[in-house]
Design a protein around this ligand. Structure first.
Ligand SMILES: [Zn+2]
Length: 304
């Protein structure tokens, strides 16, 4: 028995990812209804050729419970972080867009019928790689009768994941729709990269996304910037305007709105976060220890 299952990521979440919860519920509901009807998968929704119903509908069908549960785990782990950062409606569009692109890629290069959300979920994973390449993914591993947990940097994990899918697609391994995985991953990666480049995604100063918007400050502070990765010399900008805030986050329960929160890790690294992350968890970018983000500003607590 060999198993490698992600169960948690370290990405900062700043809003409730309800769109992902909705998708998870939809996938379970569709499978349960079809099972209750007992007539197998509806032929019209199976991906077979260029039928629009199949291109869109096949991502909500699953061959059996194991197929479904595997997909639910990956969507839960990576989808919550991506939905939280992109916004719920954008996330829904990314999921459906990547799913259709995955289906189209499959139809283009293969005649085999296919079902499953894994193409769309690979799109979510591709977006995760763009947004959070330096975070850690916690995974459960089981080999024969031994098991444990391991944390791996997401750039390495998801990069090798994509390479394995690419290899599977090139070798034409049967049983798994590798082509749709590759198409989904690539389209999710591309969509997230475009959104990030357009400045539609907000990042904290210490985060290291693969792409940033033109108006966003490059990660400042040399503490953990490596020589090879130091900020590129950029032409001087006359007056850096503040990045456009899509919609002001709800004011935190305590403290003036807009005021950030500072925490100091045990390793000495100081982190400055926007107040929208209050009450959440984060991970020290220097030593990868888990840190709680205090709910109220420290000063207010001292006075009380
Ligand atoms: Zn630290």
């Amino acid at each position: 028995m060999l198993l490698l299952l992600p169960y948690r990521v370290d990405a900062l979440e700043d809003r409730r990812p309800w769109a992902n919860h909705l998708l998870l519920a939809c996938l379970v509901a569709v499978h349960a209804v079809l099972l209750a009807r007992g007539q197998g998968l509806p032929e019209a929704l199976v991906l077979r050729g260029w039928s629009p119903a199949g291109l869109l509908g096949s991502m909500f069908l699953h061959a059996d419970w194991w197929h479904l549960i595997g997909n639910l785990v990956f969507l839960w782990v990576f989808g919550n972080a991506v939905a939280s950062r992109l916004g719920n409606l954008v996330f829904l569009a990314l999921f459906l867009g990547a799913g259709v692109a995955a289906s189209a890629f499959h139809v283009l290069l293969s005649d085999a019928p296919a079902v499953g959300a894994s193409g769309a979920i690979n799109g979510v994973v591709g977006a995760y790689l763009v947004l959070f390449p330096r975070t850690r993914v916690s995974m459960l591993w089981v080999v024969l009768y031994r098991g444990g947990t391991i944390r791996v940097q997401s750039a390495w994990l998801l990069g090798s994941w994509f390479c394995l899918d690419l290899l599977g697609a090139l070798l034409g391994a049967p049983g798994i729709a590798y082509l749709s995985h590759v198409g989904g991953f690539a389209s999710g990666f591309l969509l997230a990269a475009l959104l990030a480049r357009a400045g539609r995604v907000r990042f904290e100063a210490f985060e290291r996304p693969l792409f940033r918007g033109p108006g966003e400050p490059a990660p400042a502070g040399p503490p953990e910037a490596r020589p090879g990765r130091a900020a590129l010399p950029s032409p001087p900008r006359p007056a850096p305007s503040p990045p456009p805030a899509p919609s002001p986050p709800p004011a935190p329960p305590a403290g003036p709105p807009g005021e950030g929160v500072s925490i100091t890790c045990g390793c000495g690294r100081e982190l400055h976060l926007s107040s929208r992350f209050r009450g959440g968890r984060t991970v020290c970018p220097a030593c990868f220890r888990e840190l709680e983000v205090p709910r109220a500003p420290e000063r207010a607590r001292d006075q009380g």
